[in-house]
Design a protein around this ligand. Structure first.
Ligand code: TRP
Length: 494
């Protein structure tokens, strides 16, 4: 391919399976376990799920193909991959900026992702600690106890709030998670990311299977299936009327696959030339969606069984679910398994969120492998330090206002969609409603209008010309138009 060559010191995935596992690991995360169920619950259950799947197929999948294709043609970092590709096509190198914005988006997301993963780590430790002390005082029979058996329901649902009021502790858990993430990414592709995902992802799937079987056997599976899959057309119509379902569904699809963040461009750089881009993209999208749905089937049956209301909102995983685990036989064991599973999923996502920034800092394309590894270590440590500091800001901004500190009253940008939002909410809205969609929009325009048809046809290697044409049509017209409408909706213009 004229003018585009792979960097010499750059590592590639050691096998197709390794790439697929890493990409699924990146996609499957807290977005599937924590965000999808409550967003789906809030926006009309089955109706939302339907629209969500359409968003994945018509927008997520083509954009994912585009990101992988762009990455695989380039090398070095997402910025240099895009810049080089733009130049070969006779377009200004300025296009590289959108990849830069994507790197910024993934880094900012990671800054609060580590805080949330820190909460998950806290729940693993709290449930296990409680179980062990129960066993210590009541003997081994206590293993069949529910989670937090001696706590009142108020104490359980208030647990996260109580942690937020102890920022010092939350900072320690967040810091441990940052350390785990940089520890893996600093070891590179084959020695770090691949090793981690080949252990963590199979373990994740086993735990998910155990939990879904237990939930369906012990819980109210019918209520869960109705809740998730029975389309509520009234809610659907209302949501479409105010467009919230559409923007929620597309926003969730981007977040869940991890689009618009330079991440799949970066992971695409490490694909070999004979890898099947559309096939891999389809596997990643389906696995991600299936995990989100199965996670719903692991969560809602036990929530309904014990007469709890899913309620919607972020409290589902950290408040409602622990209440269900309290009432369930062996709830402490299953609760610990649930949060451990979430921790594994979060870790394989957080390493993918750090990789674009590290690949950008780890030196030029032509460095020798040893020099590159050294720079990678330094980059991971430096970026990890910044992440930790940003995470502290997020944590302080979440402290109840009764315990005043600078960050829980600081509103960085007090207008429009950001009005009244403290640091964490500000970064959340900035990334998920603006940066990710805008970068995805530019990616679609770049892939559809800047990259030549010959190049994209060759690079994607679709099995049939009609599939290529479908992709080309979606990426040129449907994706940009749909994403543009969503951004306007977020801005409150539509
Ligand atoms: N997809 C992950 C999840 O579902 C999170 C994630 C990983 C992500 N990489 C991303 C989100 C890039 C946005 C952009 O939890």
């Amino acid at each position: 391919m004229a003018g585009v060559s792979k960097a010499s010191g750059q590592e590639n995935w050691s096998s197709r399976a390794a790439f697929i596992l890493a990409a699924i690991g990146s996609a499957v995360g807290l977005g599937n376990l924590w965000r999808f169920p409550y967003v789906a619950g809030e926006s009309g259950g089955g109706a939302f799920v339907l629209i969500y799947i359409l968003c994945i197929v018509l927008i997520g999948l083509p954009v994912l193909c585009a990101e992988l294709m762009i990455g695989r043609r380039g090398g070095g970092s997402a910025i240099s991959a895009v810049t080089r590709l733009a130049r070969t096509e006779g377009h200004p190198a300025l296009w590289g900026t959108f990849a830069g914005l994507g790197i910024l988006a993934s880094f900012l997301i990671l800054s609060f992702y580590c805080m949330i993963a820190g909460w998950v780590l806290y729940y693993v430790i709290a449930i296990l600690g409680d179980l062990f002390s129960n066993i210590a005082s009541n003997g081994l029979g206590a293993i069949s106890a529910g989670a937090f058996e001696s706590s009142t329901p108020e104490e359980i649902s208030g647990r996260l709030g109580a942690l937020l009021a102890r920022p010092g502790e939350a900072i320690i858990y967040q810091g441990i998670f940052v350390l785990l993430t940089i520890g893996i990414v600093s070891r590179g592709i084959s020695g770090g990311i691949e090793k981690a995902v080949t252990i963590l992802m199979p373990a994740f799937f086993v735990m998910l299977l155990i939990l879904v079987v237990v939930a369906l056997v012990q819980g109210d599976g019918t209520a869960a299936v109705n809740y998730l899959f029975k389309p509520d057309f009234a809610a659907l119509a209302a949501g479409i009327a105010d467009r919230s379902i559409l923007s929620n569904a597309l926003g969730q699809a981007f977040f869940s696959i991890g689009l618009g963040s330079a991440l799949m461009i970066t992971y695409g750089m490490y694909m070999s030339k004979d890898a099947d881009v559309p096939g891999s993209a389809a596997i990643v999208c389906s696995a991600d969606t299936i995990v989100a749905l199965i996670a719903g089937l692991a969560i809602f049956p036990i929530v309904f069984q014990f007469g709890l209301e899913p309620g919607g909102g972020p409290g589902l995983m950290f408040g409602t679910l622990p209440l269900a685990f309290q009432q369930m036989p062996f709830g402490a064991v299953f609760g610990a398994v649930f949060f451990l599973m979430a921790l594994f999923a979060a870790l394989t996502s957080s390493i993918s969120l750090l990789e674009p920034a590290v690949a950008w800092r780890d030196g030029g394309a032509d460095l020798a492998p040893e020099a590159k590894m050294k720079r990678r270590l330094l980059a991971s440590i430096g970026l990890g330090g910044i992440l930790f500091a940003l995470g502290v800001m997020h944590i302080l901004s979440q402290v109840p206002t009764g315990q005043a500190n600078f960050f829980n009253s600081w509103v960085p940008v007090d207008f429009g969609p950001f009005a009244g939002k403290t640091f964490f909410d500000f970064v959340d809205v900035l990334t998920s409603q603006f940066l990710l969609p805008i970068v995805a929009l530019l990616t679609a325009i770049f892939a559809g209008w800047v990259v030549s048809k010959t190049a994209s046809r060759e690079e994607l290697g679709f099995k049939t010309e009609s599939r290529y044409r479908a992709w080309y049509f979606l990426i040129r017209f449907v994706c940009p138009a749909a994403i543009f409408l969503i951004v306007l909706t977020s801005l409150g213009i539509l």
